[in-house]
Design a protein around this ligand. Structure first.
Ligand SMILES: NC(=O)c1ccc[n+]([C@@H]2O[C@H](COP(=O)([O-])OP(=O)(O)OC[C@H]3O[C@@H](n4cnc5c(N)ncnc54)[C@H](OP(=O)(O)O)[C@@H]3O)[C@@H](O)[C@H]2O)c1
Length: 130
């Protein structure tokens, strides 16, 4: 599998959610000091471009890094649209899924990742989904 050819090393899916926004912010923070953490291309993904844009703008303000929104990709996809999940998964080496509840929304993301050779991690805290 040639993940090197994929445009994004990491995609944070559900970055507009309560938890996802903090995850996106922490990924951005790790990228602030490139000497300590080599800068890797990454993106946020979800169903609302406006919300994702706002998450990046808030992170830019918080981290004092105005160029952040132009450095991070935005991918539009919806859990209810399998083709959009495939397109998202194809562009990433790793998908970090923050869309919950996982017992309702988790499976299509795992399926898209398996079918497209993408690594998938999540922040699931639901015993019902394990
Ligand atoms: N492990 C832990 O300690 C821990 C702690 C907190 C949360 N969690 C887990 O994180 C999950 C999310 O919690 P949260 O509080 O962050 O939830 P939330 O604020 O409701 O966020 C849900 C996210 O899912 C997105 N989403 C919902 N339906 C979608 C769809 N059809 N297509 C694409 N995106 C969709 C939402 O997008 P929109 O913004 O467009 O609506 C939003 O980004 C929980 O279910 C829980 O399992 C775990």
């Amino acid at each position: 599998m040639a993940t090197e050819a994929r445009p994004f090393h990491l995609v944070v899916l559900g970055a507009s959610g309560f938890t996802g926004q903090f995850v996106a912010q922490e990924v951005a923070r790790e990228q602030v000091v490139p000497e300590q953490s080599p800068r890797l291309p990454w993106a946020v993904a979800g169903r609302s471009r406006e919300k994702l844009q706002r998450v990046l703008e808030r992170a830019a303000l918080k981290l004092g890094r105005p160029t952040l929104p132009s450095e991070v990709g935005i991918i539009i996809c919806d859990i209810t649209n399998p083709a959009s999940l495939d397109e998202m998964a194809k562009q990433a080496a790793v998908v970090l899924n923050c869309v919950g509840p996982y017992r309702f929304y988790g499976e299509p993301v795992v399926k898209a990742c398996i079918e497209n050779g993408t690594s998938c991690i999540d922040i699931c805290g639901e015993p019902q989904a394990l």
